[in-house]
Write a protein that binds this ligand. Sequence first.
Ligand code: 13P
Ligand code: ZN
Length: 274
Amino acid sequence: MLTTSKQLFEKAQKGHYAVGAFNTSDLEITRAIIAAAVKLNAPAIIQISEKAIAYAGLENLADIVKNEAKHAKVPIVLHLDHGRNLKLVHECLEEGFTSVMFDGSNLTLPENEILTAKAVEMAHRKKIFCEGELGTIGNSKNESDFTDPSLVKDYLKKTKVDSLAVSIGSRHATKIKALNIDLLKKIRKLTNTPLVLHGASGVPDEEVRKAVAAGICKVNIDTDIRHTFSETIHGINKKYADLSDPRDIMAKVMADIQAVVEEKIKLFGSDGKG
Ligand code: 13P
Ligand code: ZN
């Protein structure tokens, strides 16, 4: 069923596990994520980025997730990932998203705080949670900027975000060796606000486990899903030369993505928590 993230985060924090947040851009990825969540009786956040919206259309993609979630026996959250402007946050809230993120990490701190506070106000009017970002989670091209713990309390007070994306060494679509777990522990001591790990595809499993144990309660995975999709497609001719019906090809893609999502759910400890 489609739900908000409030109870999901409360349960995750009490149970010391994290909820997986998986990016989708189409029907097949959405179905694979939900199939994995249902099989393992796990809650799941399905998130949509601006690039996914540009690809599939906001209404189309939101409808796919909402329809698929309606029939699922586990809690599913429909979340806007890295929304960079208030107009988009507004559109997603109107479209029935049950969670949003405002990412002002490319702005100055005062601008980040002012616009994030506005996004939070918009979300709260609809009783929806809003995630913010302090510090910058870069990618292989852009440097990341670690979250400064001395700014955390003030940022949370000014913005009233319900969850906080922290920059502790992970980077989008980039393999890293280790997270700064000491920094995470320092931030955790300052607040009970649910903390979010972005860029988790490139983080070694052992580091993800440590981060969850140190208080991360939402973990974002995108690249691993997209790579699995393309690798399966590229390998189709070699492995299944007889397949020509796109629906049969997509069945293989979905099975492979489902397997990846199942592994992540187990890694985050959210299996059996649906
Ligand atoms: P990866 O693509 O590195 O898994 O990061 C996902 C993410 O942070 C989405 O917001
Ligand atoms: Zn991210």
